[in-house]
Design a protein around this ligand. Structure first.
Ligand code: 5RP
Length: 227
């Protein structure tokens, strides 16, 4: 299977968690997009759900597909969220935010009863850290925050968009991509990052995922969070 076929296979498998009446968190990124498209097909075939998108991009896609949407003003509890990840470890801790949406993604995940990750075979790691940890920072504080994170031992890069300008998130912030090397204690690093003023959110998702649907050439494997 190509990576794209793996992403599609994982997305297809996630549909079995859907039930009529659910509020569903809609993820962001190429794998989550496959899931959103498939959910759109189910909706057109009669499935009754309401979605809460995790980015403006996903919101636009869901609207095009005719998926009814709701928001946190109307509803503060999500039954199921389906999203991708950049890395997951054996504890199902994640790095997310390669697509720049981790702030809204984490808010959606935090309100979710069952958080399902759809992943191709490149996303599984023994220890997080191959992928940089994206850190969303308010523009006013970016240089100060970059210095503080570098003092923790990371190499820090400002994310740029395709035109070479500073990347701007849905919430009008910037992203610092922070390479720490191996992250043996994501719980501690998550707390350290959260304590720096000017950081709005970061891409370490600690203890949030319930299930990873991992697609490999052998098929799609369901990995549950260890007890
Ligand atoms: C977006 C994300 C994505 O879920 C993550 O980057 C994985 O993306 P893809 O499915 O395209 O590999 O966190 O902010």
């Amino acid at each position: 299977m190509t990576l794209d076929e793996q992403k599609q296979a994982a997305a297809r498998e996630s549909l079995r968690f859907l039930r009529d009446g659910m509020v569903v968190g809609l993820g962001t990124g190429s794998t989550a997009t496959y899931a959103v498209r498939l959910i759109g097909e189910r909706v057109r075939a009669g499935l009754k759900i309401r979605g809460i998108p995790s980015s403006i991009q996903t919101q636009q896609l869901a609207q095009e597909l005719g998926i009814p949407l709701t928001n946190f003003d109307e509803c503060q509890q999500i039954d199921l969220s389906i999203d991708g990840a950049d890395e997951f470890d054996p504890q199902l801790h994640l790095i997310k935010g390669g697509g720049g949406a981790m702030l809204r993604e984490k808010i959606v995940a935090s309100a979710t009863e069952k958080f399902v990750i759809v992943a191709d075979s490149t996303k599984q790691v023994a220890m997080l850290g191959k992928f940089p940890v994206p850190v969303e920072v308010i523009p006013f504080a970016q240089a100060l925050v970059a210095k503080e994170i570098a003092a923790l031992g990371a190499s820090v890069k400002m994310r740029l968009d395709k035109s070479g300008n500073k990347y701007v998130t849905d919430e009008k912030n910037h992203i610092l991509d922070c390479t720490f090397g191996k992250i043996p204690d994501p719980v501690a690093l998550s707390a350290q990052l959260k304590s720096i003023p000017g950081i709005v959110e970061h891409g370490l998702f600690v203890d949030m995922a319930d299930v990873v649907l991992l697609a490999t050439d052998a098929g799609v494997q369901e990995i549950r969070k260890p007890k």
